[in-house]
Write a protein that binds this ligand. Structure first.
Ligand code: FES
Ligand code: FE2
Length: 425
């Protein structure tokens, strides 16, 4: 991020702090229909028309560290495996043997030598998914081995992050990430390391769980003893990007920054991370289901996977600067423990909200300006599904015009004209 962008963001933080209401001309959000959280009809639309078209992060190369290392991946609801090839590239395939559909792998993680052998009758595939060996080939008539490889899934990497899409026509990953990609370059995903990875099960719709991480309006109420002191939520700046992505930047109060002890030498840093992630809460949302508050040493990437209309798998990947040999810093274990307290606070109402969402009391969701990232992602969900496919009783109205989507951002124009007015007075 260059100096001008940093200056603009600082300006916008001041603007957010002093504004008396939403920016002039900002759309008022119509209530979002309750059915988006409680209806099988919308859930089916999401599964069939949304999740099948987006890029999903399916893993980290450190999970499959050697040639032939593999992992099972079923978060999308489809049975898949991901394997590191001889060229050190990750490839994803359906975990579906081309003979009679037995699983090629069953373990969460494993290491293959030479190939992946199905345990049912021994058909064996190389790490590029080609069928390379089968027993008693003489008993199959005209079997064309070239046509009997594993069914591939489109895969791309962003450094060591592994993404997949079920859509062969999807735009390339970097284009999908848009302006997020160039900012992520600062976090050196090719060299940072996987520190920790675990999954929680939640009893609510995936969007209920995810949306707790997409606004700071809740901070005063549910994080009074944790996040609140370190984040000036009234100066938070939301930036909306194409494809439903967004970013929030909320400054850490000066007094908190000043009181921070210097970082001990043994804690490594991602040198290329700029000033803002070091002095703010700097968090991205990437559609469909990623939220990541990023920093210069250790940071989490949070994923919210639908596991049924009313169930979510909440998956956390912790990414850290390369700490060299040996154990990671003890301080990071403490940081992860602390963050788990924060996410317990964030997730505490999920099952309660789901119960409400299933009741007649829950008619719809009125969102305020601070919650614009949530509305933005819902608009995008409908666009990806197809506006003509979402019935009126489930649709959100498309009200966020181009004026409010990056690189346009009318807030900046308003902040500047306010400043000019002040200077003239
Ligand atoms: S089902 Fe895999 S070898 Fe028969
Ligand atoms: Fe929170």
């Amino acid at each position: 991020m260059d100096a001008q962008e940093i200056a603009e963001l600082r300006e916008l933080m001041d603007y957010e702090g002093r504004r008396k209401g939403p920016p002039e001309g900002y759309p008022k959000f119509p209530d979002m229909p309750a059915g988006r959280y409680n209806s099988e009809e919308f859930y089916k639309l999401e599964k069939e028309e949304y999740w099948t078209k987006v890029w999903m992060m399916a893993g980290h190369m450190d999970e499959i560290p050697e040639v032939g290392s593999y992992k099972l991946w079923e978060m999308s609801g489809e049975p898949m495996l991901i394997v590191r090839g001889k060229d050190n590239v990750a490839r994803a395939f359906y975990n579906t043997c081309s003979h009679r559909g037995a699983p090629v792998i069953q373990e969460a993680y494993g290491q293959a030598k030479g190939g992946l052998a199905c345990k049912y009758h021994g058909w064996t595939y190389d790490f590029e998914g080609n069928l390379i060996n089968l027993r008693d080939k003489r008993d199959f008539v005209d079997l064309d081995m070239d046509c009997r490889g594993l069914f591939p899934v489109r895969t791309e990497q962003f450094g060591k992050l592994i993404f997949i899409t079920l859509d062969d026509d999807a735009i390339p990953l970097r284009e999908f990430l848009g302006p997020v990609a160039s900012q992520w370059d600062d976090f050196d995903f090719a060299n940072t390391r996987l520190v920790h990875h675990y999954t929680w099960n939640l009893e609510c719709n995936w969007k209920i769980a995810m949306e707790a991480n997409m606004e700071v309006y809740h901070v005063k109420s549910i994080h009074p003893d944790t996040v609140d002191a370190g984040l000036d939520y009234r100066k938070n700046v939301n930036t909306l990007y194409p494809h439903g992505h967004s970013r929030m930047v909320a400054p850490t109060p000066e007094a908190v920054l000043a009181a921070m002890p210097p970082k001990p030498d043994h804690i490594p840093e991602i040198e290329s991370v700029g000033e803002l992630p070091r002095t703010t809460t700097y968090s991205f949302h990437v559609d469909p289901n990623l939220v990541s508050p990023m920093g210069q040493t250790l940071f989490p990437m949070l994923f919210f996977w639908p596991d049924g209309l009313r169930k979510t798998k909440y998956e956390l990947y912790w990414i850290g600067a390369d700490w060299g040999d040996g154990e990671m810093p003890q301080e990071w274990k403490d940081q992860i423990d602390y963050f788990n307290v924060v996410i317990t606070e964030d997730t505490q109402f999920g099952d309660w909200i789901q119960k409400s969402a299933d009741s007649i009391a829950f008619k719809g969701v009125p969102l305020c300006y601070q919650e614009s990232r949530i509305y933005h992602t819902h608009e995008n969900i409908d666009r990806v599904i197809g506006l003509n496919k979402v019935p009126d009783h489930l649709a959100v109205k498309q009200v966020l015009g181009e004026d409010w989507i990056y690189p346009n951002d009318s807030k900046l124009r308003l902040a500047e004209s306010e400043k000019m007015k002040q200077a003239a007075e």
